[in-house]
Ligand binder design. Structure first.
Ligand code: SAH
Length: 218
């Protein structure tokens, strides 16, 4: 059985990979495509805001504690944790990294860390968005939980769970905003897609032969 420092290194490597994809698409790529136009509106996350803040601080705080390996927090490591759990976590986290790149590439300039509609905002309905309305939230959930499993640390696992709880609320708020902006186009899109996972059956086929037609400007 590998010792804990091996999993700590693995954790850092996986996180660095995930973070580089994020940084590349959020800062490097968006800068290259020209200056960002001012946001038309910015929606608060509502009641989820407090939970999100606590979860983010708790999640990264517990990761730092895990990395520092203080004897005071030794009790947070789950005893007799199965090695399979660690490797399952590695697998889940790893598969989500290329998915994040695909999602960012597809969403392009419409991405924002908060809820907002940019000037000349396009409704994206291709790539991962052809079947799922919030693939990024699904990937963030998978990655956070996968990474928590790698640590075998009860604090990290608890905060990773807390971190994903607000996603359904945020997604609902985001859908309200997109409905107000795109109206029937978004309503129809909602009927064709699942919120976090692809729908098993689609009500009506949305012309799969020509995906480019599904990307329409506002
Ligand atoms: N919830 C999405 C996107 C997260 S980024 C996901 O999980 O993949 C948040 C921004 O994406 C929001 O400000 C919203 O304006 C934008 N957005 C979400 N879905 C979109 C879509 N289908 N087309 C264009 N913009 C979208």
């Amino acid at each position: 059985m590998a010792d804990e420092s091996f999993y700590r290194i693995l954790f850092v490597v996986l996180y660095a990979l995930f973070a580089s994809v994020r940084v590349y698409y959020r800062f490097v790529k968006l800068k290259r495509t020209g200056p960002e136009k001012a946001a038309k509106e910015r929606r608060p996350f509502g009641k989820a805001e407090a939970v999100i803040s606590i979860a983010i601080v708790g999640y990264f705080g517990s990761i730092i504690l895990y990395m520092l390996n203080l004897s005071l927090f030794a009790w947070t490591q789950i005893p007799d944790y199965p090695e399979f759990g660690r490797w399952f976590g590695v697998f889940v986290a790893l598969t989500n990294i290329p998915l994040l790149a695909w999602i960012h590439r597809t969403l392009g300039r419409q991405y924002s860390p908060c809820l907002q509609i940019r000037e000349s905002h396009s409704l994206i309905m291709v790539g991962p968005y052809a079947r799922v309305r919030h693939p990024m939230y699904t990937v963030l959930t998978g990655f956070s939980l996968g990474m928590a499993l790698v640590t075998a640390n009860s604090l990290v696992i608890c905060f990773a769970i807390l971190l994903i709880i607000p996603f359904p609320f945020v997604a609902r708020k985001e859908e309200q905003m997109l409905l107000e902006t795109f109206g029937d186009k978004y309503r129809e899109y909602m009927e064709q897609t699942g919120r976090f996972f692809p729908r098993i059956s689609r009500k009506r086929e949305a012309n799969p032969s020509n995906d480019s037609e599904l990307r329409t400007d506002n």
